[in-house]
Every structure is written in structure tokens, then in C-alpha cells.
Write a protein of this length. Sequence first.
Length: 376
Amino acid sequence: MAATSARSVAWQWLAVAAAVAAASLIGGTPAEARRGGKESIGFYELRRGEFSVVVTNWGATILTVNLPDKNGHIDDVVLGYKDIGSYVNDTTYFGALVGRVANRIAGGRFTVKGHAFHTYKNDGNNTLHGGHRGFNQVFWSVRERATGHFPYITFYYRSYDGEQGFPGALDVLVTYKIDGDYSFSVTMYARPVDDGKPTPVNLAQHTYWNLRGHGNGTILDHSVQIFASAVTPVGAGLIPTGAVSPVSGTPFDFRAPAPPGARIADVPGGGYDINYVLDGEADGQGVRKAAVVSEPTSGRVLELWSDQPGLQFYTGNFLKGDEGKGGARYVKHGGLCLETQDYPDAVHNAKFPTEIYRKGQEYKHYMLYKFSLAKK
């Protein structure tokens, strides 16, 4: 996990006001930094040997994850836009940190302590991933950065009271850290700032993975295992019904490893896009194995561990051949997302774990990605 010292030092910075800048279209190839109004867009590499992760402070976004296959060939295994301007005008959430509330809020409306709040509707009649200008569409400032054997970077953002309709100001930190030879973690914290203004918080990391290498076909033949025996089924608009349904006997059953393509034709809506109720055994800090993905050609294996109760499994159903990094074309199902999270639309379902936080409370979300090669 992120070092306690890094977390405490980063929180000390929160007395510094976050500069507000208007996002402008910036084209071209990434450089160390490009100016964008009062803020600058920076690109930061975390490296350990031949394993590297590149992130940017625009949307606290993961841009690349490079690692070797079974033959020692290095590939970038995450999908991304062709230039930074496309990230500024993000519609697909490639690599983004999404919030203040990830996933959907039905009707763009919720009530806290008898007060109704209306959030920006950017998905039909619903709010998706925090609204039109969610956390993926803002500048984050760098609060701490370290190199060495365990390099990390911490980004900070203050979400203002009323932003996209959400109540109360919110201080948010996210740390990306290389934890081992082929592993990296994402640790997210959030704290409400204002007295008497509780707010929903549910952050998620929206990276699209293709372990064969981004732009190399679909993920339908990847092997996927999800440690969950139930899902939260959805109705119209992909809004949870409030039920928790067993996966046994359904195409949503990934308790044993299986390729998504085997049963995707039986899934309504053209592919998987649903929250799994994680139930694997947790350690003393509440961290459990959430999913394992492997790809036969490259031999790459990805394990995901997290302390969150849910996992959104999404198979890139809305990708449609758009140009990505290096001229790659991302076809439908060209990447998959494993988004650990609280249950979607929890503000409307009292039986779901709460996502309401008040001043003095801290939201925490931990993810660990472990990469390896399949044993022969």
C-alpha cells in the first residue's frame, strides 16, 4: 500500500488552495509538460527495470503500462487516446480516475438528510462518472513524488461545493506507486471539507486492459476469473434494480476462469457492464483478490486486489474502431475494465453499503495490480 509517510505529508498540503484552470484543447505528442492556462499538463514515468507506468495530472490518468510478454517483448497493455487533446475532450474514460461518484446516479438526483441535490445529467436522464466535468476532466496538482526502487506520485484535487451539483467541498488524493518488480498500486483518499454538507463519494480507476497489447484485437479470448458469486442486476439505463442476484447458471458466472467471448452473446446490451459483489477472503486490512485475467498468446497474467465491495466488469462495448495511441484502432471489445468500487447508485438503495461521507470521515480505496507470466 502507499506509504503512511507519503499519505501524511500529502495531506499537509491541503491547506494550499487548488488553482482553477479552464481546460483547452492541446494537441501533439506528450512532452514533459505543456502549458494549459494557469496549470500545466505533466507526464510522469514510474519505472522499475523494464516495467513502467506513465501517468498524467490531467484527470489523474494512466497513459501507459509497459511490460514484457513470455518472449521478452515489451508491450503497452492499456488503451489510450492518440494525443492529449483527446484526453481533454474525453468521452471514453481511457485510464481515468472517475468521480466524485463513479458509475450512474439514477435521474441525476439524490437526497441527503432531507435535502435534494441535482447532478449534471450526461448519460440520458442519469449522471455518469461524476457528470459532464468529472474528476477525469480536471487538472490535478502534484503533491509528492519519489523515485528509486519504489517510485510513486501523489496527485491532489479539491472538488468545490456544488461542482456538477454535488454538495460540499471535497479534498481528494490519489497515489500511483510501483510496489514490486511487476506490480503497482492505486490508493485513493477523500475527505469532505465543509460542516453540515455530507456527500456521496465513490471513486474508480477506469483503465482499459488488453494483455496482448493495446490495439491487438479483442479481449474476447482472454481468460477472466472474478471472485464473486453475485451481481447487482440492472434495468433500463443500466441502473441497478436494488437486488443482489446469484451468478450461478448465468453468463455472469466467472467464478472459474472463462473467456468473455464464450457467453457474451447471451448478455443483454451487447456485452458485460455490471457490478460484481466481491466475496473472496480478505486480509486484516480488508484487501481481497478481486479478479485474475490472463492472455494465452503473450502469456501475461494480471491479478487485481482491492478493499472495495464491488467490481464493475466492462468489455468495451462502445468502442467502435476509433484511432488510439500510435495509430492503433480500438474495435468493439478491444479492451476490458476492472473497476473496483462501491455498489452503483447506492444513494438510492438503502440495502447497499453507504457511500455518504461527512466532515471528519475519510474515504479510502486501494487497488493492487500484480503482473506475471503464465507457468508452462
